[in-house]
Design a protein around this ligand. Structure first.
Ligand code: ATP
Ligand code: MG
Length: 361
């Protein structure tokens, strides 16, 4: 593979695309829902990771300074987790113009009613208390996400469960584009679209080990925006403090406890000592162990997972220029793929005037 900074990555590995919105730092939900999967796929696939800063403006347009610093924090989180910028491409959405162009074209392939029926959009409006005050761009982001993905023509998208409706919409756009502009029959199976002349693969959602990690409120999905997250960059003390505050409603250590409450959901997700978890679960249900002990072991298990990340993260603390260079190199590589997709899409739609050449940085 060619790893010269800024040059296109020549790889015949199958491609994946996924990413994060810079609305805060990454948390344990991201780890089990998507990041862990990305680490594994980095060994076998050509990985593209988008930092979706344009989407962050849908809910935080006035907080542009924070969006900027969250972009850097998320790159640091990626590096801390073990994403290797020599092998994987980390890039900034706003600096890949082909994505915005494809968003406009794709918005013609999806009905307004179809977008509004997307349950993730409805959930986000409810959970984030957006009422009817959200900007038009908030709805457009759902279409934009289909372009984020298809621009890179990936075979799969590693995501948490909440994103599956977005991937379903993306699959619809891919099918529709291939049928309308590439002459693929509507009888063709999803996996045969490329062989039958389609431009876009019909990508599948690759849902992580824990599809939906609950937040520290014990109710909602752990989310950057809901103040219910344990962040990958939290200190050991902060982690234990958040764990200690988890509410179980149990009055005394001798009360029979719910062995599937948030404490045990987290133990299942983060404690590799499954025999000990099974033992604690039994004791807990019988009123033989207190919340305090279960929380202490949980905090320790999470900190064991996070400690190597803290150490890797420390190498990039205060190194904004180095982090930005990684993002610049990745964005240049992403643009090489994106421009090729856009050119081919425009040819299919008969709107092109021949290849174009934009100069990036
Ligand atoms: P926001 O509150 O801004 O929506 P978020 O915490 O939901 O932030 P996203 O950037 O929307 O994070 O999601 C990034 C990826 O992480 C997506 O693939 C999403 O499905 C996954 N993910 C986010 N939260 C969880 C969770 N609690 N459990 C499993 N996967 C998750
Ligand atoms: Mg989200």
């Amino acid at each position: 593979m060619n790893t010269t900074p800024g040059s296109p990555v020549a790889s015949d590995r199958p491609r994946i695309l996924t990413g994060d919105t810079p609305t805060g730092r990454l948390h344990l939900g991201h780890y089990v829902g998507s990041l862990e999967r990305r680490l594994a796929l980095q060994e076998t696939h050509d990985c593209f990771f988008i930092i979706a800063n344009v989407h962050a403006f849908t809910t935080r347009a006035t907080q542009f300074d924070e969006i900027r610093s969250d972009v850097l924090e998320i790159v640091r989180d990626y590096l801390a987790v073990g994403i290797d910028p020599q092998r994987s491409t980390i890039f900034l959405q706003s600096e890949v113009p082909a994505i915005a162009e494809l968003t406009f074209f794709f918005s013609m392939l999806l009905g307004y009613g179809r977008v509004m029926k997307n349950p993730t959009i409805k959930d986000e409006i409810r959970i984030k208390n957006l009422g009817d005050t959200y900007p038009f761009g908030f709805l457009l982001y759902a279409v934009g996400q289909t372009a984020d993905i298809l621009t890179f023509r990936p075979e799969a998208v590693p995501v948490g469960e909440d994103q599956v409706p977005h991937i379903e919409m993306t699959r619809e756009v891919a099918r529709r584009f291939n049928q309308v502009f590439c002459g693929v029959s509507d009888q063709v199976a999803d996996e045969d679209h490329l062989d039958k002349g389609g431009l876009f693969p019909v990508p599948r959602a690759d849902v992580g080990r824990v599809a939906r990690l609950v937040g520290t409120d014990g109710t909602n999905k752990m989310s950057k925006s809901l103040n219910n997250a344990i962040f990958l960059s939290d200190t050991a003390k902060q982690v234990q403090k958040k764990v200690n505050k988890l509410y179980t409603g149990r009055q005394s250590p001798t009360d029979p406890g719910d062995p599937n409450n948030v404490l045990f959901q987290y133990h299942d997700a983060f404690n590799p000592d499954t025999a000990r978890v099974a033992e604690m679960r039994e004791l807990y249900a019988a009123g033989g162990i207190g919340d305090g002990d279960v929380k202490k072991e949980l905090g320790a298990a999470i900190n064991t997972l996070l400690e190597p990340m803290r150490q890797r993260r420390a190498e990039y603390e205060g190194q904004d220029d180095r982090v930005l260079d990684i993002l610049r190199d990745g964005t240049a590589r992403a643009n090489a793929v994106a421009e090729e997709t856009l050119h081919r899409a425009k040819q299919a739609m008969k709107v092109d005037l021949g290849p174009r050449s934009l100069k990036f940085q």
